[in-house]
Design a protein around this ligand. Sequence first.
Ligand code: NAD
Ligand code: MG
Length: 299
Amino acid sequence: MADDQYTFGDPVTRYPKIEPPVQQQPEPGVQSRMEPVPDLGEQSYRGIGKLTGRRALITGADSGIGAAVAIAFAREGADIALSYLPEEESDARHVIELIEAEGRTAVPLPGDLTDAEYCRALVAGAVEGLGGLDTVVNVAGKQVWQTEIGDITDEQFEATYRTNVFAPFWIIKAALPHLGPGSTIINTASAEAYSPAPDRLDYASTKGAINNFSKGLAQQLAPKGIRVNVVAPGPTWTVLQVTRGVDPETLPEFGSSEAPIGRAGQPAEIAPAYVFLASPESSFVIGETLNVNGGMPTP
Ligand code: NAD
Ligand code: MG
């Protein structure tokens, strides 16, 4: 049997220590054009029915962490509604093919999350396409590197907050009337929520907001049987990094110094945290931030 996420082995060498060449694409980027292409678990993720019959809406589902989550969820038995930008159709098709190969339903709902009307239509489309909704996973995010606060335009600051903070708010608000007991909401923060790098003030502060918002909301919804949790990834090799997410000159060392494990993570390594938080096995886990970051200390 080929290796899967349950195969015992050394985590340091489980995935290669990558040294990506300097490369850049315009936002939001196309993952299939990256060098190397991130590992979404296409060959390795093995489902065991943890999410049988679940109906999940996932944002940013075309690439990176969101795509790895979509593949993992489908292999665990869930049907998936996918949010992504229209420019990302080719990446989305790759994920949709893998979902359908599991015999699960994929509902593509492309659009721009900075638009509240799209967020509401997204939820309505997911409910219609999946025949209901019990899992909301906000993964989409915007990160643009700027060394000086003076270089962060008002437009960038607002777009980052709209994408990372406002969109999950709009989506959760629209989804709640459809979510019954047992439903789960998972948001995506970052190691940046605790240790903000000086060159991404807008991005890092949205991640602090997401953590805080989620912990408050978790208390509100716990008595209703709806669990809210967060995944906070550390440096993970995704197209976000090559679309001005970080200083391009630093790409060859990406992830090797921040994380004690000594390498960047792959999206395939982040997805199981979302599976755990979506699944009933985490029934007593509420308002938690699960840090998946190769060993970076967290509060
Ligand atoms: P990614 O670029 O593959 O995914 C981000 C996705 O966000 C895009 O695919 C896109 O579909 C979506 N998106 C962005 N702006 C949008 C908009 N206006 N409308 C609709 N969709 C939009 O990169 P990723 O690294 O997998 O990012 C996923 C999440 O993980 C983000 O929230 C990011 O902040 C978080 N994160 C990533 C890392 C990392 O090192 N890669 C670390 C910590 C947290
Ligand atoms: Mg993408």
